[in-house]
Write a protein that binds this ligand. Structure first.
Ligand SMILES: Nc1ncnc2c1ncn2[C@@H]1O[C@H](COP(=O)(O)OP(=O)(O)OP(=O)(O)O)[C@@H](O)[C@H]1O
Ligand SMILES: Nc1nc2c(ncn2[C@@H]2O[C@H](COP(=O)(O)O)[C@@H](O)[C@H]2O)c(=O)[nH]1
Length: 204
């Protein structure tokens, strides 16, 4: 039987740089994990693609998926739904590959209760001023939405204590290296290694 992959959950306030850091980790080609594409009812931003950045769906379609139990977790964030399709996560973990989720804190807490063996990482900004500047300079949101996201950020930062690791995103390269190191260390934890050895011994 294949060893189940590790579930890595990255959260942090909007604009802290989760997407930027995640892309940099994937682009480095050094880590073998799958990114779980989320579903959302939010409008597509310029440059985004359905099935790449998100599965963009109507509110009705999203609610039907909630009803049918098709989501591992979901949350309402600044007037829209966001959620993680369950089947992809389960199938990929069962195939032995690690799965990376980039989700907000309420969803992460739902995952925590369903899959406590996951690794929960919280990305922090150097300070709130820098966070505001990052959201504004990204230029994807109207000022009213920026303000709502900043209000949420304060609530989200309070939830950091429920995570396993806190990583500051001062420079993308630093955050990337710290997250890679965390994942590598998780793979070396004794219960996982013992399991692998048990299988090797059984097969001898
Ligand atoms: N370490 C950093 N230093 C300076 N700017 C950064 C850093 N990391 C990310 N940024 C910039 O901050 C902005 C927000 O980054 P990004 O979209 O990755 O954030 P996010 O946390 O994924 O946001 P959201 O949760 O809203 O999707 C982008 O313009 C990005 O280029
Ligand atoms: N609970 C979930 N949160 C998610 C998911 N996918 C993304 N997100 C988070 O939502 C906010 C806003 O995202 P944006 O793309 O509109 O800027 C951000 O914190 C994302 O991490 C999900 O599947 N579940």
């Amino acid at each position: 039987m294949t060893e189940r992959g590790i579930l890595i959950v990255l959260s942090g306030p909007s604009g802290v740089g989760k997407g930027t850091v995640r892309k940099a980790i994937f682009d480095s080609g050094e880590m073998d994990f799958a990114y779980s594409i989320s579903m959302t009812t939010r409008k597509m931003r310029a440059g985004e693609k359905d099935g790449v950045d998100y599965f963009f769906r109507s509110k009705e379609e999203f609610e039907a998926l909630i009803e049918s139990g098709g989501l591992l977790e979901y949350a309402q964030y600044v007037d829209n739904y966001y959620g993680t399709p369950l089947k992809y996560v389960e199938d990929t973990l069962n195939s032995g590959q690690d799965v990376f989720l980039e989700i907000e804190v309420n969803g992460a807490m739902q995952v925590r209760s369903k899959m406590p063996e996951g690794v929960f990482i919280f990305l922090t900004p150097p300070d709130i001023k820098e966070l505001k500047s990052r959201i504004m300079h990204r230029g994807t949101d109207e000022m009213a939405v920026v303000e709502k996201r900043l209000e949420k950020a304060v609530e989200e930062i309070k939830m950091m204590r429920y995570y396993d690791y806190a990583v500051e995103n001062d420079k993308v390269e630093n955050a990337v290296n710290k997250i890679k190191h965390i994942i590598e260390s998780e793979h070396l934890k004794v219960p996982r290694v013992v399991n692998q050895y048990r299988k090797i011994i059984e097969e001898m």
